[in-house]
Design a binder for this molecule. Structure first.
Ligand code: EZ4
Ligand code: CO
Length: 402
C-alpha cells in the first residue's frame, strides 16, 4: 500500500483548524490535526511545501520510520510548527493502521486500561456568584473535576474568563488584542475564590486552576502555599517553563500539585521536569507534541517518575486531536485527567466523530482507526479568517507573558 494523496485543509467553522488528510492507493483515508492557534498558515505551508512531497509514494504502515524521517530528515529539530506538522502525519498514519487492522487505535496501543476517560470542565464566568453557578452546572452534568478561573477585580479582562460561560476562545482579531495583567491583584484574589468554591462543593470535587505562565517561581510558590487548604488537583503553568529548573524552587515550598506542558512540543521540553520529579501532570498534546507516537514516549518517561498525563484539550485543538488523545488516555497506565471544552456545533459538524461524553467521562470511538473524519465539502464553506492570540502588558505598559 502507498500514500497516493495528501491534502492540507484549512477551515474556520467559528475558529481556524488545519487538517491533513492522507489517501492510500487502496482508497483508505487517515486524518491528523495540525492546528497551531494563531499560526495556522505556518503549519499548513510547512506541510504543503515540505512534507506532502516526501509522503507521496511511501508505505503508510511505516509510522515510526516516517516520524524519524520527518524529524531527523529536516535537520532543524523540534519547534511547534515542525512538531505539529509531524503530529498530523503520525496521527493520520495511526488512523490508517487502525483501519487496515479493523481495530480502534486504542487496541493497537495495548487496549483499555480503564472504563472511561475522566475529564475536567471549565468554570469561567466573571462574578464570584457566577462561578458558583457555573461550577454547579458542570457538577449537574456529571463532571468530577472543574478548572476554576476568576475575573480579577480592577483588571478589564482576565485569561480564561468569558462573558458566555459555555465557550472560551482567546484568539480574536486579526492583529493581537491587548490585555492588562497585575500579579499583586491576582495573588490577592485567587485564594478567596477557591475558599468559596471548596466550601460550597465539599471535598470530593476535584478543582484545578491555570496561572497561564504569568508568575515567577517565588510568586508561584506563594500561590501554591495559599491554595494548599483547598486541595487543588493541580496548579497549571505557574511559570513559563523554558527554565525547567525554575520548578525546583516552587517544589521546595508547596505541596500543591503542578501541571505543565500545553506549549511543549517534544520530550526534551519536559525531560528535566519529569526526571527531577518537579511536576505531577504532563499536559502535552497529540497535535503539538509530535503525534500519538511521540506523546506516548513522553507519557512512558513520565510513568517512570510518578508523573501522570493531563492532556491539553482546549477548543483550538480539533476534534481529530481529541479523538486521538482519547485513544491514548484510555490505554496508558499513568492517565491523570483530560481537559475537555466541548467544540461548537459547527465544528462538530465539520468533524464527524464517534467519541462521546457521559457522566463525567469521555469514551473513545470503537470503530476502526481514530473514529473521526473531516467533511471536506462542509469545511470548504468556512474559509480561513486570520485570528491572533492576545498579548499581555503590565499596568505600566511592560510586555508580560500572556
Ligand atoms: O490558552 O489553548 O489550559 N488551557 C489553556 C488554553 C490556551 C489556548 C492557547 O491556544 O491554557 O486556553
Ligand atoms: Co492552560
Amino acid at each position: 500500500m502507498r500514500i497516493a494523496e495528501a491534502r492540507v485543509i484549512v477551515t474556520c467553522p467559528g475558529r481556524n483548524f488545519v487538517t491533513l488528510k492522507l489517501v492510500t492507493d487502496d482508497g483508505l483515508t487517515g486524518v491528523g490535526d495540525a492546528t497551531l492557534n494563531g499560526r495556522e498558515q505556518a503549519v499548513a505551508a510547512y506541510l504543503t511545501e515540505h512534507v506532502v512531497p516526501v509522503l507521496l509514494g511511501r508505505d503508510p504502515a511505516r509510522i515510526e520510520d516516517t516520524w524519524q524521517l520527518l524529524y531527523k530528515g529536516a535537520y532543524w529539530r523540534r519547534g511547534p510548527v515542525t512538531m505539529s506538522a509531524i503530529a498530523a502525519v503520525d496521527t493520520a498514519l495511526w488512523d490508517i493502521k487502525g483501519k487496515v487492522a479493523g481495530l480502534p487505535v486504542h487496541e493497537l496501543l495495548g487496549g483499555r486500561s480503564r472504563d472511561g476517560v475522566t475529564v475536567y470542565g471549565h468554570a469561567s464566568v466573571s462574578s464570584l456568584d457566577g462561578i458558583l453557578t457555573d461550577v454547579g452546572r458542570l457538577v449537574d452534568q456529571g463532571y468530577r473535576a472543574v478548572r476554576v478561573q476568576a475575573a480579577i477585580p480592577g483588571l478589564p479582562t482576565t485569561y480564561g474568563v468569558s462573558a458566555d460561560a459555555r465557550t472560551y476562545e482567546p484568539a480574536g482579531s486579526a492583529l493581537p488584542a491587548q490585555e492588562v495583567w497585575s500579579t499583586p491583584r491576582y495573588l490577592a484574589h485567587v485564594p478567596g475564590v477557591f475558599e468559596r468554591v471548596r466550601a460550597e462543593f465539599g471535598p470530593d470535587l476535584r478543582l484545578l486552576h491555570d496561572a497561564h505562565h504569568r508568575l515567577t517561581p517565588i510568586e508561584a510558590a506563594t500561590l501554591g502555599r495559599r491554595l494548599e487548604p483547598y486541595a487543588l488537583t493541580w496548579l497549571e503553568d505557574p511559570v513559563p517553563a523554558e527554565l525547567q529548573e525554575g520548578y525546583r524552587l516552587i517544589r521546595q515550598h508547596t505541596t500543591t500539585p503542578l501541571a505543565v506542558g500545553e506549549v511543549f512540543n517534544s520530550i526534551w521540553d519536559c525531560q528535566e521536569l519529569i526526571t527531577g520529579q518537579l511536576i505531577d501532570y504532563i499536559r502535552a498534546s497529540v497535535v503539538h507534541a509530535g503525534g500519538i507516537s511521540h506523546l506516548r514516549r513522553i507519557f512512558d518517561l513520565a510513568h517512570l517518575y510518578h508523573v501522570r498525563s493531563g492532556s491539553h484539550g482546549a477548543t483550538d485543538l480539533s476534534p481529530i486531536c481529541l479523538a486521538a488523545a482519547l485513544h491514548l488516555d484510555v490505554s496508558i497506565p499513568n492517565f491523570g485527567l483530560q481537559e475537555y471544552m466541548p467544540h461548537t456545533a459547527a465544528t462538530d459538524e465539520v468533524f464527524p466523530h464517534g467519541y462521546h461524553y457521559e457522566d463525567g467521562y469521555l469514551h473513545p470511538s470503537t470503530t476502526p482507526g481514530l473514529g473521526v473524519d473531516i467533511d471536506e465539502e462542509l469545511a470548504a464553506r468556512y474559509p480561513y479568517r486570520p485570528a491572533s492570540l492576545p498579548v499581555n502588558r503590565l499596568e505600566d505598559g511592560t510586555l508580560h507573558s500572556w
